[in-house]
Design a protein around this ligand. Structure first.
Ligand code: ZN
Length: 248
């Protein structure tokens, strides 16, 4: 089975559509690791598409806060403004949908999906201090996570060697392919669709192929000026509009 891993679309419709265009015909089932909304201008349309595409969707911290399940006190002022805007923009049906999203981790057929970390759905896995406790906990060989908006992940070899994983793109349009080693454990982040923070502005996703034991990382350009213009019209904060250009 080839699984399309979608994460952190954050109401960015153009980025989501570009990812799904590129992924078309390349996967059997899709899963979404959360943060459907927050930051971008199209929460309702993004929910509709993710819902229609994905077999399983787990909630992210922005989904939880935008759905009023938690207050926004942990968010910075810009994220909080986006939450306020999103709450106004959501239809009652979409608001209710976000409220009922399951909490990760969820066990799939041979791998685990979480938003932040299996130990805490809101934890950011950014280095060894958060990655190693997960990699050393016997569960599945592969744990897929989002939340940090960094495409790549972390691994622990059978000999106990820890390594971080970064996707490497050549200019041939091909994905960056990681081969999963037998006996090694992996934390795999497909990257963020709607608001990458790893220095590459292009929308990110990945495909996990378990029989083949590979992860293919993809990046795709999208109509960024269109998204930015919609954000301006919506009155979303200027720094959130600008950061999309830098992937930061
Ligand atoms: Zn996010």
């Amino acid at each position: 089975m080839r699984y399309l891993l979608l994460s952190d679309p954050h109401s960015n419709l153009e980025a989501l559509e570009a990812c799904l265009d590129l992924a078309k015909g390349k996967y059997d089932e899709a899963v979404c690791l959360g943060d459907l909304v927050g930051y971008g201008p199209d929460p309702n349309a993004v929910i509709d598409i993710v819902k229609a595409t994905s077999k399983i969707i787990i909630r992210g911290n922005h989904d939880k806060v935008c759905a009023g399940l938690e207050d926004a006190s942990e968010f910075n002022p810009l994220a909080r403004q986006a939450v306020e805007w999103t709450r106004q923009a959501l239809t009652p049906e979409h608001f209710e949908f976000l409220r009922t999203l399951p909490t990760g981790p969820v066990m799939m057929d041979g791998f685990l999906i979480v938003h932040g970390s299996p130990l805490d759905e809101d934890e950011y896995i950014v280095g060894p201090s958060q990655a190693l406790p997960v990699l050393r906990t016997p569960q599945t060989q592969v744990v897929c996570f989002g939340h940090s908006h960094y495409q790549g992940g972390f691994m622990l070899s059978p000999q106990g060697r820890y390594q971080s994983i970064r996707a490497q793109f050549k200019h041939d349009g091909n994905p960056s392919t990681l081969t999963l080693e037998a006996g090694a454990r992996y934390l795999i982040n497909p990257g963020s669709i709607g608001q990458p923070r790893d220095g590459d502005w292009r929308a990110a996703f990945a495909i996990l192929d378990l029989p083949q034991n590979t992860v293919e990382y993809y990046r795709t350009a999208y109509d960024l000026p269109k998204t930015q213009e919609k954000m301006r019209v919506a009155g979303l904060p200027a720094p959130l509009i600008r950061r999309l250009e830098f992937g930061r």
